[in-house]
Write a protein that binds this ligand. Structure first.
Ligand SMILES: Cc1cc2nc3c(=O)[nH]c(=O)nc-3n(C[C@H](O)[C@H](O)[C@H](O)COP(=O)(O)O)c2cc1C
Length: 326
C-alpha cells in the first residue's frame, strides 16, 4: 500500500456508507471501483426492475444517493471530494466519479450529515403530527436546492390530487402480472442481504387511499394488522429541471441530502412514488407543484418513534478494488 491508495479500512468505511443509501425495493443496484483516490460508481444491471423501472430512473436515483453518502463519509475521514456525473457513451453503466484529497478542513455540512447515514430509514408507520414547522420545510428545501433540485411542498389540493392518482395506479397495476411478480420477488419474508423484509412494511391502512404504499404481495403480508394513518400527509415533490440520465443521478444526490437533513431534524420519511412510474401520471404530479420540471420523488415527512431497518449486501459484494495497486 502507498499514500496514493486508500487503505482497505478506508474503503470499507466509505462503501458501508454508500450501500446504506435507499434504493427501490432495496435492490442496491450499484457497484464501485476504487483506483487510488478515485471511486467510480456504476449501475449493476443485474439488479434492475424491468417491469416497475423500465428506463432505470430509480436505479440512477439510488446510485446518486450512494454517491452523496460516499462524499459525506469521505468528509468524516478528513477528505475533500469532487465529483462528476459521467454519462459516458462508451461505459453507460458508469454514473459518477468521485475524487478524494486529504484536507484539514473537510466540508462541515457533509461531515455533520455523515453521522445521520446509519440513522436514516424509510418509515412506513403512521406519522404525527402531520403539520411540519416552516423551519422544517425551509431546511429540507434548502438541502434539495444545495444539490440543484427543488423540493415543492404540496398545498391541500395538491395532496388530494396526488392521493387521487393512487386510485389510477392501483387500477393499472391490478392486471399487470409482471409488476406483481417482480414485487413478490423483492418484497416480503425474511431477508438477510437485500429486498424489503415483511418486518418493515408497517401496518396496513384502514382507509383508502393510504399515504403509504402497501408493498405487500404475499398472503401473510396482506393480512397484517391495519391502523389509521394521517388523512392529510405532509407531501413534497422532489423535482429537477431536466430529465437526462445525469439529472436523475443528481436527483438521487439531492434526495439523500434531503433525507439525511430530515433525519438530523428528527423527521422520518417514506415515498409515494407509484404515480411516477407512469409517464402521464408523472407529468400530473409535476403539475401539482405549479412549476416546470420533472418530478423524481414524492416524499412524505413526519414524526415517528418506530425504527425499521433493512439489510444490505456486504461491501465485498459490491466493490472491485484494483488490488494489484494496493
Ligand atoms: C427511487 C426510489 C423509489 C422508492 N420507491 C418507494 C415506494 O414507492 N414506496 C416505498 O414504500 N418505498 C420506496 N422506496 C424506499 C425503498 O424501499 C427503501 O429505500 C429500501 O427498502 C431500503 O430501505 P431503507 O430506506 O430503510 O434503507 C424507494 C426508494 C428509492 C431510492
Amino acid at each position: 500500500m502507498n499514500d496514493d491508495q486508500l487503505s482497505m479500512e478506508e474503503i470499507d468505511v466509505l462503501l458501508k456508507a454508500a450501500v446504506a443509501a435507499p434504493s427501490m425495493h432495496n435492490t442496491q443496484p450499484w457497484r464501485f471501483e476504487v483506483n487510488g483516490h478515485v471511486i467510480d460508481v456504476f449501475l449493476d444491471g443485474s439488479r434492475s426492475l424491468p417491469a416497475e423501472d423500465p428506463t432505470g430512473r430509480a436505479m440512477r436515483i439510488a446510485a446518486g444517493a450512494a454517491t452523496f453518502n460516499l462524499r459525506c463519509a469521505a468528509a468524516s475521514m478528513g477528505y475533500s471530494s469532487w465529483f462528476g456525473l459521467a454519462p459516458d457513451r462508451y461505459d453507460p453503466d458508469l454514473v459518477a466519479r468521485i475524487v478524494l484529497a486529504p484536507t484539514d478542513d473537510p466540508d462541515k455540512d457533509l461531515l455533520g450529515l455523515s453521522t445521520q447515514i446509519p440513522r436514516r430509514h424509510t418509515s412506513r408507520e403512521p406519522l404525527r403530527p402531520v403539520q411540519l414547522t416552516s423551519e422544517d420545510q425551509v431546511s429540507l428545501s434548502r438541502a434539495a436546492m444545495a444539490e440543484g433540485a427543488e423540493l415543492s411542498w404540496l398545498p391541500a389540493p395538491g395532496i388530494k390530487a396526488v392521493l387521487d392518482l393512487l386510485l389510477d395506479t392501483d387500477l393499472r397495476e391490478i392486471g399487470d402480472w409482471h409488476r406483481r411478480a417482480e414485487r413478490a420477488h423483492w418484497v416480503g419474508g425474511d431477508r438477510t442481504t437485500d429486498g424489503v423484509p415483511s418486518s418493515v412494511l408497517g401496518p396496513r391502512s384502514s382507509s383508502y387511499p393510504s399515504p403509504v404504499r402497501d408493498l405487500g404481495t404475499r398472503p401473510a403480508d396482506q393480512t397484517r394488522p391495519s391502523t389509521s394513518f394521517e388523512t392529510e400527509p405532509a407531501l413534497a415533490v422532489l423535482s429537477t429541471g431536466g430529465d437526462t440520465r445525469a439529472d436523475q443521478v443528481a436527483a438521487g444526490i439531492a434526495l439523500e441530502r434531503v433525507l439525511l437533513t430530515a433525519t438530523r431534524d428528527g423527521l422520518k420519511a417514506s415515498f409515494l412514488n407509484q404515480p411516477l412510474e407512469f409517464d402521464d401520471l408523472r407529468r400530473t404530479v409535476q403539475q401539482t407543484t405549479g412549476k416546470p420540471g420533472f418530478a423524481q420523488m414524492v416524499i412524505r415527512f413526519g414524526h415517528s418513534t418506530v425504527t425499521a431497518t433493512t439489510p444490505r449486501r456486504p461491501v465485498e459484494a459490491v466493490v472491485h478494488p484494483r488490488t494489484e495497486e494496493l
